[in-house]
Design a binder for this molecule. Structure first.
Ligand SMILES: Nc1ncnc2c1ncn2[C@@H]1O[C@H](COP(=O)(O)OP(=O)(O)OP(=O)(O)O)[C@@H](O)[C@H]1O
Length: 208
């Protein structure tokens, strides 16, 4: 589960945000909608512990993350949070398979090739595991990003505009896979987007 309370953040004195409180329990989903510039990515990066709030609390898996050391935060993010970034970032010199097991390596977990192969099968890119990520289409890279976020069975999955570059068919396919995979590990799934096509896909919604 992930909970935030009273989150405030400012890039500059002129650019200040106060965000609505977030509650997303295990096995639940939450869609956060907002137009461009409303602070969706900022909120996601706060929840992913990539930015530090000026004020407010974040709880993940029952633990209050205020006052933790940078090393403890790094550890919690690697183990408990799966992030799907707006733009996929891969290590271009590594294969798709190695990009997946890198998530295990970076969190000091056993490098689980079977899990990578299982996710690739589930998400429909099993035939591409030995390729470089640059050889994959946008939609395929999106699905590899989802698989990478799931490699450590995170408690929380945070997805930033996961459908922005996808046509209608792939949009619904990717969201379906994300929800299905998230449910299979009992995670909390939060999606931030301006994509109105997702409005009917999520029962719980917040507007920024
Ligand atoms: N590093 C930064 N320094 C200063 N301002 C920033 C920084 N990053 C983002 N901003 C500003 O904060 C605002 C919110 O940005 P953010 O990326 O969170 O919005 P968004 O809702 O995700 O937008 P989009 O849908 O276009 O991706 C924008 O006006 C942006 O210009």
């Amino acid at each position: 589960m992930i909970i935030s309370r009273d989150l405030h953040f400012s890039y500059t004195p002129q650019k200040q945000f106060s965000f609505p409180d977030i509650v997303c329990q295990d096995n639940e989903t939450l869609l956060i909608l907002g137009q461009s510039g409303k602070g969706k990515t900022t909120l996601l990066h706060l929840l992913a512990l990539l930015l530090k709030p000026d004020r407010g609390e974040i709880h993940i898996d029952g633990q209050n993350l205020n006052h933790l050391s940078p090393a403890q935060i790094l550890n919690i993010r690697a183990l408990k949070v799966g992030i799907i970034y707006q733009k996929a970032h891969f290590v271009s010199s590594l294969s798709v398979l190695d990009n997946l097991i890198l998530a295990n390596y970076l969190s000091n977990q056993k490098q689980d090739k079977d899990k990578a192969a299982y996710l690739a099968e589930q998400l429909g890119f099993a035939g591409h595991l030995s390729k470089k990520t640059s050889q994959l289409s946008q939609g395929e890279q999106q699905r590899v990003s989802i698989a990478r976020a799931l490699m450590n069975n995170p408690k929380v999955i945070l997805a930033d505009e996961p459908t922005s570059n996808l046509d209608d068919v792939n949009c619904h396919k990717v969201i379906g896979l994300l929800k299905q995979q998230s449910a299979s590990i009992g995670a909390s799934l939060l999606v931030v987007t301006h994509d109105q096509r997702l409005k009917d896909e999520f029962p719980n919604q917040i507007f920024l």
